[in-house]
Structure formats: C-alpha cells, structure tokens
Design a protein around this ligand. Sequence first.
Ligand code: GRG
Length: 299
Amino acid sequence: MTDGLSSYLEERRKLVERALARSVPAASVRPVTIHRAMRHSLLAGGKRLRPILTLAAAEAIGSGRARELKNILPAACAVELIHTYSLVHDDLPCMDDDDLRRGRPTCHKVFGEGVAVLAGDALLTQAFGLLATIKAPQRHPLSRLLAETAETAGSLQLIAGQVADIEAEGRKLSLGDVRFIHERKTAAMIILSLRLGAMIANATPSQLKALTDFGRSLGLAFQILDDILDVTATSEQLGKSTGKDLKAAKATYPAVLGLEAARKEAEKTTRAALRALQPLGTRGERLREIAEYLLKRQG
Ligand code: GRG
C-alpha cells in the first residue's frame, strides 16, 4: 500500500470511528444492556470499508472539504450501522452460529440471544434516524436516499442474499447461483455506500452510473476474496472464525471453481471495477487505489 493511501485510510477511519461513537446512545443510557450491546459490536474496530467508500465517493464527485464531509458522515455511519446489524444477526445460533467477530466474542455470546436480536434491530433503526439528518441536494432528495437504503437492506437485496445463502447450504450450486447470493449479500451494500456519498455530493447521472458499476464489481471481488481468505487465512488475521464455509458446504467461489480459478476471478472482477471508474477520470484515483489494495488484502 502506498503511504498516501495508508494515511488516507487511517485519517478517514478515525473520522468514522469518532462519528460512530456519537451515533448511538452512550453505554450509560438506560436500559444500559442494549446500548452496551450495540456499542460492543459497532465499536469493535472493523475495517470500516463501507463508510470509507461513502466518503471517498463524495470526494470523487468533489465534496472533500471538512464542512461538506460533515454532511456525508451520517450516511457513512448509517451504512456501517446496517452492516453491523447484519453481522450481529448473521452470527446468531439460528443463522451462522459464530462465537468470534471483529476479534471479540459475538454479541449474543456476551449479552444473550434476545439482546443481540434487539441490538441488531436498534442499529438498523438508528441508521434511518441518521440518514434523516442529511441535507440532500435537489437532484437526489432525502426521500430517494431513504428509499434506496430501505431497498438495499430489505428483502430484494441484503435479506434476499442471506435467505438464498441459507437455502443453498449443502446444495450443489452453479456459479450463477453463487453470484446471485454475493451480489445481494455483499455487493448491494457496497453499491449503496458509494451511491449515498455520491448522491449527497450531487453526482450527475453518468457519475452515479460509473460508481454503481464500480461498486457491483468491487463488491463481488471483495466477497470472492472473503471466500478465499476463509480457506487460506487464520482466524487471528481475520478476527472471525475461518474454515466454516467449507464445513457448512457454503456457496462460495472456491467451492465452485477451486482456489486458483477463484483468485483469477477476483483479479478479473477487480479489473472490471477499475474500468468502470474510467468516466470519472483522475477523480477516480483514490477509489482505484482502494480497489487495488482490497485485492491484495490478507485480512
Ligand atoms: C442477517 C440480514 C442479514 C444479512 C446477513 C452481511 C451478511 C448478510 C452476513 C455476514 C457474513 C458474510 C460473510 C457476509 C458477506 C459480507 C461480508 C464479507 C462481511 C464482512 O465484511 P467486512 O470484511 O467486515 O468488511 P468488517 O468486520 O471489517 O466490517
């Protein structure tokens, strides 16, 4: 990673961490259990990829000044809250049944299943509360941002992906089936992250299309890499359990294609993401760097 990208990611991550800490009630607010549970999962130091993409997309469109970023931050936090809710619920015994997430015991392990379900619900709900505070431009009104967010988190995208994933367990799938799941479970939230930042920054329709195409390929490449790392990385590197996909006969690229072909597919999909950025010209430079970095990630 270049020094420029490394300090950019670090600065943006800190900005996001501070905003996230303010985005949900303090741990001392009654009933303290729910707020402690929300903060346990939210402030556990994930990569913050989605909120950083929201900021980077806005910057690519031209909203890079501190005052402008302040108006983007609620959207950046909203996508992280939705993402964290999905992880909390995904880790529950009735879903993926995981003990470790972001290097910590999962929410239900610490607070019990009932509170973990409610912590996920509260994170999702608060995401919409944050979005409601945004000053949106005329071209992309707040109602549009809210509707897109609802659709992405709902039964057509994120939940669709999760349901298809559950139903696919143990069944023989085609590459098209796996892609269907990955596009909904992972790429949809990455597309939303980019689009919210770009829309608040008043992107033109062609800029928005470029970022949407970029997000679709980047999201797919990110999930293929996630599938590969589940086989090749350690749980210390990832901060979550590994090797589970294989055991649970999950729908993954390595399971359908084998590791080497899956790696090639991730490279090919990253190249498609980079091509999608071309209409943005030099403004797309930071996003290009992020996409190249993600392809090489080890954790
Ligand atoms: C429960 C509604 C519902 C949806 C669950 C997100 C999800 C769908 C399941 C989580 C498990 C999984 C492998 C999801 C695919 C998306 C993904 C790679 C999540 C992990 O994202 P990272 O690596 O995690 O960005 P951090 O912790 O860094 O934020």
